[in-house]
Design a protein around this ligand. Structure first.
Ligand code: ADP
Length: 630
C-alpha cells in the first residue's frame, strides 16, 4: 500500500503534536468527541429533509471503549461518516486555516507555540499527543463501502478499503508507552475518562456511553460482591445555555466558544439572554476578541446557530443578526420554532423577527455597558469591529443612528485618546456651534494640519478621523446632539470675530484680480485662491468647498469605476492674510507677474504637502524652485 504524505502545514502541526511537551494532552478526547458530535449533527440535519435516513434523535450515540491489554482507546459515532475522498481530504490536511494563524506570528517562539495548542481546536491531530498510531474506520450513511485511514504520525498515512458493519466512524488510538515523566496509560482508565468527559464534553447533546464496571452484591447473597459491566452515559447532555448562569464558569464559556467557533482566543464578552412572554428564547452570544481572518472579506457569513428546544436546526441563521452586529457569534434556542421549518419560511417568521429585535437591543446595551465600565476592553472591541458599526450607520443612510452613534469612538485632540461623541459634546466651549473634525492618514499627520492647529489654538477639540469610512459616517449622521459636524479643512471654517471677518472680506475684495491671476497660473486643480484669517503660523493651506472634502475625494478615487465619475473636491488655496507673504504677493502682482505665476504654483505644491497630499508634478516644482534660487 502506498504511503501518502501529509500537506506541509499538517505535517508541521503533526510534528508538534507527536513531540508535544504540552501539559494539557488530555484535550485530545474533547476534540475527538466534538468531531463525533458534529458528524452526528450532520447526519441528523440530513434526516430532516432526507427520508432515506431512518435514524431518530434517540438513536444517536458516541461510544468510548478502552482496552488496556491492547493499549487502545476507541471513540466511535454513528454520524455521517467519511468516504474515501473525505478521509484523505479531511484528515490529510488542516481544514481551518484560521486556527493556524498563530504559526506566522513572529512573537511566538517555539515553546510558546505549544502552549497555544491548548487554546483552540487543533482537532483530530491532537490525538497524536497520546497515540503512536491512529486508525480511522469510516462508512458513510447509506453507502455499503467502508475505508480505513491509518497513520503513525508525520511520515504519512494510508487509506484502504475495510469491513465495517455500521455507518459512522470509529477512531482507534494506540496509546503511547508510559515514560518516566508521563503516564499515558491513564487515558485508558475508566475513572480518568469519565472525569475528562465531564470536564470538557458534558454539554454534548448526544449520549457519550461507555461500558463501565461496578461492584455489585451478588444476587441472593448478602456479602459476596461481583463485578458487572454496564452501559453508562457519561455526560449530562444539558447544553451550557440551559444551565443557570451561576453554574457555568468563565472558563467553560470560553471553552465552549473556542470549540464551537474555532477561535484560538477567549471571547471578549459573553452575553446571555433569556426571554419569556411574546417570544420565548434563550441566547448565548459571544463578542470575539479579534476579527476572524475573513471578517472584512465577502466570504464572511454572519449568523447565529438556531436551535429549537436544544436541537440544532440551522447552522447560520443570518436573519437573527443585523449587519452592524455581524461579528457576534453564538446561538439562539427557542421553543417557539418548529423543528423542520424551512429556510424560506424562517425568513418571514414573525417570531424570528421578534427575537432578532430583542437581540439587537441586548447587544447594543451590553456594548454600552462595556464602554462605560471597562473602557480598555471596549477600545479593544472597537479596534476590531468599530468599522462595522460605522458601516452600519453609513449603509442605512443614518437609519441606525439611534442604536449606533453612541457606540462610536474617535481619536481626538483631547489628550490624544479615543472619545465618544457625547464626551466631545460635554466638553464643548460656550458658543461652540460645531463638532470639528479632520481627516488624515494618521493622528500625527492630522495634528500638524494648519487648520487643526488653528482650531485647537482657539481652544476647541478636534476629532481625528483616520479611517476611510469615518467622514462618510459623520456625513450620514449630519449632526449629534443638534450640533453639526464640520471638517476643519472646509472653506466655511469660521473662527473669526465679526470685525475680523469684515476686514478679511475687504482684503479679499481688494485682491480679487490678483487671486484670479494666481488661480489661472495654477490651473484647473484649484477652484479659488483667497486670503484666510484662521491660519496661525502657516503661510498657505488648502480647504475645500462643496459636498466632497479632500479626504472623501481620496477615498472615492480608490473605488472601482472612480475614473468615470469625476468625483473631485473643489479645492481652495488659502493664503494667510497675516503672513509677510501676503504683502510680497501683492508686490509681485504689481511688479513681476511671471514671478507671481511661479510663486503661485510653488505655493500650491507646498499647500498640498502640508495637507498630507502628494504633488503630481514634482520635477516641475523643483525646477520652479531652482529658478528662483539662481
Ligand atoms: P475540525 O474539526 O476543526 O474541522 P479536525 O482536524 O478535527 O478539524 O477534523 C477535520 C475534519 O475531519 C472535520 O472537519 C470533519 O469533516 C472530519 N471528521 C473528523 N472526525 C470525524 C468524524 N468522527 N466523523 C466524520 N467526519 C469527521
Amino acid at each position: 500500500m502506498v504511503k501518502k504524505q501529509f500537506k506541509t502545514e499538517s505535517k508541521k502541526l503533526l510534528d508538534m503534536m507527536v513531540n508535544s511537551i504540552y501539559t494539557h494532552k488530555e484535550i485530545f478526547l474533547r476534540e475527538l468527541i466534538s468531531n463525533a458530535s458534529d458528524a452526528i449533527d450532520k447526519l441528523y440535519f440530513r434526516s430532516l429533509t432526507d427520508d432515506s435516513v431512518k435514524l431518530v434523535h434517540s438513536d444517536y450515540e458516541i461510544r468510548i471503549a478502552a482496552d488496556k491489554d491492547a493499549r487502545t482507546l476507541t471513540v466511535s459515532d454513528n454520524g455521517c461518516g467519511m468516504s474515501c475522498d473525505e478521509l484523505e481530504n479531511n484528515l490529510g490536511t488542516i481544514a481551518k486555516s484560521g486556527s493556524f494563524d498563530f504559526k506566522n506570528d513572529p512573537e511566538n517562539k517555539n515553546g510558546e507555540q505549544i502552549d497555544i495548542i491548548g487554546q483552540f481546536g487543533v482537532g483530530f491531530y491532537s490525538a497524536f499527543m497520546v497515540a503512536d498510531s491512529i486508525a480511522v474506520e469510516s462508512r458513510v450513511y447509506g453507502s455499503d463501502e467502508a475505508f480505513r485511514w491509518e497513520s503513525e504520525g508525520a511520515d504519512g498515512y494510508t487509506v484502504s478499503p475495510c469491513e465495517k458493519e455500521t455507518a459512522g466512524t470509529t477512531i482507534t488510538l494506540h496509546i503511547k508507552p508510559d515514560t518516566d515523566d508521563e503516564s499515558y496509560s491513564e487515558y485508558m482508565d475508566e475513572y480518568r475518562i469519565r472525569s475528562l468527559v465531564k470536564k470538557y464534553s458534558d454539554y454534548i447533546r448526544y449520549p457519550i456511553r461507555m461500558l463501565v464496571s461496578h461492584s455489585k452484591l451478588k444476587e441472593g447473597s448478602e456479602s459476596e460482591y461481583e463485578t458487572v459491566t454496564e452501559d453508562e452515559t457519561l455526560n449530562s447532555m444539558v447544553p451550557i445555555w440551559k444551565k443557570t448562569a451561576s453554574e457555568v464558569t468563565d472558563e467553560e464559556y470560553s471553552q465552549f466558544y473556542q470549540d464551537k467557533f474555532y477561535d484560538y482566543e477567549a471571547p471578549l464578552k459573553v452575553i446571555r439572554q433569556k426571554t419569556e412572554g411574546a417570544s420565548n428564547f434563550e441566547a448565548l452570544l459571544f463578542i470575539p476578541s479579534h476579527a476572524p481572518f475573513d471578517y472584512y472579506s465577502k466570504d464572511f457569513e454572519k449568523g447565529l446557530q438556531l436551535y429549537s428546544s436544544s436541537v440544532l436546526i440551522m447552522e447560520k441563521c443570518k436573519e437573527l443578526l443585523p449587519d452592524h452586529f455581524s461579528f457576534v457569534r453564538g446561538l439562539v434556542d427557542s421553543s417557539d420554532l418548529s423543528l423542520n421549518i424551512s429556510r424560506e419560511m424562517l425568513q418571514h417568521d414573525r417570531q424570528l423577527k421578534l427575537i432578532a429585535k430583542a437581540l439587537e437591543k441586548k447587544i447594543a446595551g451590553e456594548l454600552a455597558k462595556m464602554r462605560n465600565s471597562d473602557r480598555d476592553k471596549y477600545e479593544k472591541f472597537f479596534a476590531a469591529f468599530g468599522n462595522q458599526l460605522k458601516w452600519g450607520i453609513y449603509s442605512s443612510y443614518g437609519g441606525n443612528k439611534d442604536t449606533l452613534q453612541d457606540l462610536l469612538l474617535f481619536k481626538s485632540s483631547f489628550e490624544g485618546k479615543y472619545v465618544t461623541l457625547s464626551e466631545y459634546v460635554s466638553r464643548m466651549k460656550e458658543g461652540q456651534a460645531k463638532i470639528y473634525y479632520a481627516y488624515g492618514d494618521s493622528v500625527e499627520k492630522i495634528a500638524l494640519l494648519p487648520q487643526v492647529e488653528a482650531v485647537i489654538g482657539h481652544g476647541y477639540e478636534v476629532l481625528y478621523l483616520t479611517e476611510d469610512i469615518d467622514e462618510f459616517t459623520l456625513q450620514m449622521l449630519h449632526s449629534y446632539s443638534e450640533k453639526d459636524f464640520l471638517n476643519v479643512c472646509e472653506e466655511n471654517l469660521d473662527l473669526s470675530s465679526d470685525e475680523e471677518k469684515e476686514k478679511l472680506k475687504a482684503e479679499n475684495e481688494a485682491s480679487e484680480d490678483m487671486f484670479k491671476f494666481m488661480k489661472e497660473s495654477i490651473g484647473k486643480d484649484v477652484a479659488k485662491v483667497r486670503f484666510s484669517g484662521t491660519l496661525q503660523k502657516h503661510p498657505v493651506s488648502l480647504s475645500s468647498e462643496g459636498n466632497v472634502s479632500m479626504g472623501m475625494e481620496k477615498v472615492l478615487s480608490k473605488m472601482p469605476g472612480a475614473e468615470d465619475q469625476h468625483i473631485k473636491a473643489e479645492i481652495v488655496l488659502e493664503v494667510n492674510v497675516d503672513h509677510p507673504l501676503a504683502a510680497r504677493l501683492k508686490d509681485l502682482f504689481a511688479s513681476d507677474k511671471d514671478k507671481l505665476a511661479a510663486y503661485s504654483r510653488i505655493l500650491y505644491a507646498q499647500a498640498r504637502l502640508v495637507s498630507g497630499m502628494s504633488i503630481e508634478n514634482p520635477s516641475e516644482v523643483s525646477e520652479l524652485v531652482c529658478g528662483l534660487m539662481i
